[in-house]
Write a protein that binds this ligand. Structure first.
Ligand code: GAR
Length: 221
């Protein structure tokens, strides 16, 4: 794996297509990132193979092996600290996090979520968008704070909802946009252009009032 400037850890639970997108972006030098650690809470997560192929260290820390959330999170935190990661990227990590864990990584942990936050926190976002009759949806990346899918939103990408859409078609169209959003947002971290302060996002030192919006060319407005 190419040695990038910013050290990151990526946490996954499943397919890991976003992890793969990051690895590919590093491989084509679009991203100056060094993924020093991947953590999965599920041994059967397909995404583990992407890390293994790229020779990235993987820790499987199964939540089923721990008596409670706190002790599982503490084990994950220990691995993350030992890895030297400066940025923690939750890319399909399907766990509710303990307050201790979110506090420990405050300002250096981001999460990708498949909705235009603050709308539709939690699961089953696509069906909830369709049931509400919204004419657009999208994905968000936010700093992780205590509370499910909360924390100041850094960046978003929007997607129109089309007549005849179902959850599968929305998910299929949103996936590639999520990859672009994640790469572009992590790139801002690599350039040290994004920071966190007191529940706010700073872009180039200024508090942003709205999340950055990704344009179709993969850049931010
Ligand atoms: C992505 O769609 C991401 O937005 C979602 O999990 C998927 C992971 O896909 N995350 C959440 O729902 C978090 N609340 P991947 O495993 O193929 O990267």
């Amino acid at each position: 794996m190419k040695q990038g400037f910013l050290k990151a850890a990526v946490l996954i639970s499943g397919t890991g297509s976003n992890l793969k997108a990051l690895i590919d972006a590093i491989g084509t030098t679009r991203l100056d990132l060094n993924i020093v650690q991947v953590v999965s809470n599920r041994a059967e997560a397909a995404g583990i193979a992407h890390a293994t192929t790229a020779a990235i260290p993987v820790s499987v820390i199964s939540h089923a092996d721990f008596p409670d959330r706190q002790s599982h999170d503490a084990a994950v935190a220990k691995v993350l600290e030992q890895s030297g990661a400066e940025l923690i990227i939750l890319a399909g990590y399907m766990r509710i996090l303990s307050e201790d864990f979110t506090r420990h990584f405050s300002g250096r942990m981001i999460n990708l979520h498949p909705s235009l936050l603050p709308l539709y926190k939690g699961l089953d976002t696509y069906n909830r968008v369709l049931e509400s009759g919204d004419n657009e949806t999208g994905a968000s990346i936010h700093f992780v704070t205590a509370g499910l899918d909360s924390g100041p939103v850094i960046a978003q990408v929007k997607l129109p909802v089309l007549p005849g859409d179902d959850a599968d078609s929305l998910k299929a169209r949103l996936g590639p946009l999520e990859h672009k959003l994640l790469i572009a947002t992590v790139d801002l971290f690599c350039k040290r252009e994004i920071t966190y302060r007191q529940d706010a996002v700073l872009f180039l030192g200024e508090i942003i009032k709205q999340p950055l919006q990704l344009k179709p060319d993969g850049r931010f407005i």
